[in-house]
Ligand binder design. Structure first.
Ligand SMILES: C[S@@+](CC[C@H](N)C(=O)[O-])C[C@H]1O[C@@H](n2cnc3c(N)ncnc32)[C@H](O)[C@@H]1O
Length: 220
């Protein structure tokens, strides 16, 4: 078989397995995505694509080792807050923050919490954020979509990595070339959204929509 076709088949089979697991746990699992750290080159593009600059407050939903928040704080002096459900990821993030304490001061904070839990959502200062970044799964994005749209202020920018927000169309989309990604794809897609009045039409994600989009991505 053509090696590209073979790689494509393998990639789809892995994706189907992952999506199958996510689907089994739909509505129950707190896990929005497995831990896959974003390479630095992609992070820089994410910050650029989100127009992150001085004065921004960045939230990273599923922050992993906190590299995006630290990068933004180092480059632009932005405040950052991240959540991750994985204690090991948060431990790494705290180490990274501590190793850069001289530069970052108290700009970056991470919390080991499940950001889908209503009591956690209720404790977040959503009015402070200006840029939300999410590198999750399609299911993860659709789970977070109503939480983000119901809470952030108008004008907040949202960038998602790899997967989009279902039928909420991005204002911009780009593909960051990345060789280490799948052999048969040009790179990693980034999606840029702005929370405006029109976005409020996508506040509610129901289970049917979650299933539809999850299946659509698995089949693509
Ligand atoms: C694909 S990784 C992205 C990591 C990081 N943002 C980066 O770009 O390097 C997704 C992260 O989301 C975290 N996560 C999954 N479900 C979560 C939840 N319910 N609450 C908080 N974090 C979650 C995972 O543990 C994982 O670290």
């Amino acid at each position: 078989m053509d090696p590209v076709e073979e790689a494509k088949k393998r990639q789809h089979s892995i994706l189907r397995q992952v999506q199958g697991e996510l689907l089994k746990n739909l509505g129950k699992a707190p896990t929005l995505a497995p831990y896959t750290p974003t390479p630095q080159g992609i992070l820089d593009k994410v910050l650029e694509f989100a127009h992150v600059g001085q004065g921004d407050v960045v939230y990273d939903i599923g922050c992993g080792d906190g590299r995006l928040l630290c990068s933004a704080a180092e480059k632009f002096g932005t405040k950052g807050l991240g959540w991750d459900i994985e204690p090991a990821a948060i431990e790494d993030a705290r180490k990274l923050i501590a190793s850069k304490a001289g530069v970052l001061g108290h700009l970056v904070e991470v919390r080991c919490e499940d950001i889908t839990k209503p009591e956690i959502v209720a404790g977040v200062d959503w009015q402070a954020v200006t840029v939300v970044v999410m590198y999750l799964s399609i299911q993860g994005n659709l789970t977070m979509r109503p939480i983000v749209l119901k809470n952030v202020k108008k004008g907040t920018r949202v960038v998602t990595v790899q997967f989009g927000m279902g039928d909420w169309q991005p204002k911009e989309k780009c593909i960051v070339p990345y060789e280490g990604h799948h052999k048969d794809s040009a790179g990693i897609p980034l999606f840029y959204y702005e929370v405006d009045d029109e976005a409020q039409n996508y506040r509610d994600t129901d289970e049917r929509e979650l299933r539809e989009w999850t299946m659509k991505v698995s089949a693509s």
